[in-house]
Design a protein around this ligand. Structure first.
Ligand SMILES: C[S@@+](CC[C@H](N)C(=O)[O-])C[C@H]1O[C@@H](n2cnc3c(N)ncnc32)[C@H](O)[C@@H]1O
Length: 222
């Protein structure tokens, strides 16, 4: 929820109508708080089954995952001024599309022609898509191309050598060896300034994810 907190604690830093979440996965965590500020949200992911699972919840269909604890958490972040049910409705009406996306491509949303977004959010996606720092830098540039001039970027990722995480019995791999200086250089190369990076130690069991730390960052495109 770190990215949600970034969004909610910085009202006014990022404004606009249209927000894109890159690599949303099957979940709504990255866009819960954003739906308070952005009336037009686009979700995206490489994996069709992730997009379908997300769509199940958006359509309020039987069998959709129960996100109640996250809705309650977001309600508490908002000072309980909005109920969890209201936040669910708010998010369902804000999400306008769930699109295929590939961050390894120069235009990750190639199959659609869309104007660049006011704000792009991406949590733990570039990490999953890349094996080397060079690939990571290129993918950041690809994601950056989706942000309009003057727009904002909110990124969450792993730091300091973590290269594996699990979901159930499946093992997935992260890019290793990302550090703060590398992130700053890569973002500057992609035309971003006003970069703020915060680090958090991981509290996850190393068998679940072996990263030592996570970052969340915000940046503005020149
Ligand atoms: C660790 S999950 C993160 C999901 C969610 N954003 C979150 O923070 O919980 C990584 C996501 O990135 C997606 N992904 C992996 N490679 C991708 C690529 N090349 N382009 C777009 N999405 C990709 C995966 O399908 C997965 O949903």
């Amino acid at each position: 929820m770190a990215d949600a907190e970034v969004t909610i604690r910085m009202p006014g830093r990022f404004t606009g109508q249209r927000l894109l979440d890159v690599g949303t996965g099957p979940n709504i965590m990255s866009i819960l708080s954003a739906s308070k500020y952005f009336p037009e949200i686009t979700c995206s992911d490489y994996v069709q089954s992730c997009r379908e699972e997300l769509q199940l919840w958006l359509n309020d269909e039987p069998g959709a995952f129960d996100w109640s604890p996250y809705l309650q958490y977001t309600s508490a972040l908002e000072g309980n001024s909005t109920t969890p049910e209201d936040i669910a409705s708010r998010l369902r009406s804000a999400v306008k599309a769930v699109l295929p996306c590939d961050v390894t491509q120069p235009n990750p949303l190639e199959q659609q022609s869309l104007e660049p977004f006011d704000v792009v959010v991406s949590s733990l996606c570039v990490d999953s898509a890349c094996k080397t720092k060079e690939e990571y830098c290129a993918c950041l540039g690809n994601v950056a191309s989706l942000v309009k001039s003057g727009g904002g970027l909110i990124l969450v990722g792993t730091l300091k050598g973590g290269n594996m995480y699990t979901v159930g019995t499946e093992i997935f791999y992260n890019v290793p060896a990302i550090d703060v200086d590398f992130l700053r250089d890569s973002l500057a190369k992609s035309g971003f300034g006003d970069i703020e990076i915060k680090q958090h130690s991981s509290n996850l069991d190393v068998k679940v994810a072996d990263t030592a730390a996570f970052y969340h960052l915000t940046a503005k495109k020149a």
